[in-house]
Design a protein around this ligand. Structure first.
Ligand SMILES: [Zn+2]
Length: 293
């Protein structure tokens, strides 16, 4: 039950289904109350970046990360590495080895992609999803999300809420803020703007923009029941993936770029290396030198 909820939650986090927003988000009213409680409170972009970095560091420590020789890491590097630094920004990116279908990006420029997403998306579709997440950063949605998460924790704390600046958070608060990052729920408007960002990102970099439509179709299809054991049945009551696929298709048609997308081969295994392991060099005589003073 709980696992299903988590799977659903992360899917929603990445692809923003509004029904779940209402269930899990604080809601406008609650956020208003929080803001009232900390009037005069400032939270700069630098604060957002710093706090995001701390939260991501903690998440990194708690998750299994694909190492440099792991097929997932190699693929992400090949697909996304060239886009990691651009005009005035540098993104750092890692793969979390988790079956869940998710990806997120944070205000400090950290991009985290779950291997479960890489299992079902080809290179272009992956770029579309990552582009969408970067859109949230570029549009300051990520900053606003971590500010809201911080304020919520600060208000609960009661002491920090009286502070006009960002107080240091406890490890437990940082954990909650990290969870909030993963579960970030964005408004329908924010989602559609991030979709547009991804579309433009693909267009600008010469990718087949139709892969974005395809990515949403995959999610819509997963929600229809064939993968119901993995993706909660509740997904079927959230039509947003289909709508977003339709919106993306319309955009491509308008641009004269539409062509039904055919998914390419997905390869997440590390290339086979021919390096032979030396067989006779097992060292058994290495002595430890002891330092004496
Ligand atoms: Zn989104």
């Amino acid at each position: 039950m709980k696992k299903k909820f988590i799977v659903l939650g992360v899917l929603l986090a990445a692809f923003g289904f509004t029904k779940a927003n209402a269930q899990i988000n604080f809601g406008d009213k609650a956020i208003g109350a929080v803001q009232k409680g900390v009037s005069g409170f400032t939270f700069s972009n630098a604060d957002a970046a710093k706090l995001s970095k701390e939260a991501v560091d903690k998440l990194d420590a708690e998750h299994e990360i694909a190492g440099p020789t792991d097929g997932y890491a190699i693929r992400l590097n090949r697909v996304f590495g060239k886009h990691a630094s651009g005009d005035g920004f540098t993104l750092n990116y890692k793969v979390y080895k988790l079956k869940e279908v998710n990806a997120f990006a944070t205000a400090d420029g950290s991009v985290r992609v779950y291997s479960g997403l890489m299992d079902i998306m080809d290179d272009n579709e992956l770029i579309a999803v990552i582009g969408h997440e970067i859109g949230h950063v570029a549009n300051n949605d990520s900053r606003d999300a971590i500010r809201a998460a911080y304020q919520k924790e600060a208000l609960m704390d009661g002491v920090a809420s009286q502070s006009a600046t960002v107080a240091s958070v406890t490890d437990s608060q940082l954990g909650k803020i990290g969870s909030a990052i993963i579960d970030s729920k964005y408004s329908r408007k924010q989602e559609s703007e991030a979709d547009l960002f991804a579309y433009n990102f693909m267009k600008k970099n010469g990718y087949d923009v139709n892969a974005e439509e395809s990515a949403f179709r995959i999610l819509a299809k997963m929600s229809e029941g064939s993968e119901a054991s993995f993706i909660d049945q509740m997904m079927s009551s959230h039509p947003d993936s289909k709508k977003r696929a339709d919106d993306t298709k319309k955009r491509a048609e308008k641009d004269g770029l539409y062509k039904p997308y055919v998914q390419q081969k997905i390869v997440n295994t590390a290339p086979v290396t021919t390096t032979k392991k030396a067989t006779t060099t097992k060292k058994t005589t290495t002595k430890k030198t002891t330092k004496k003073k």
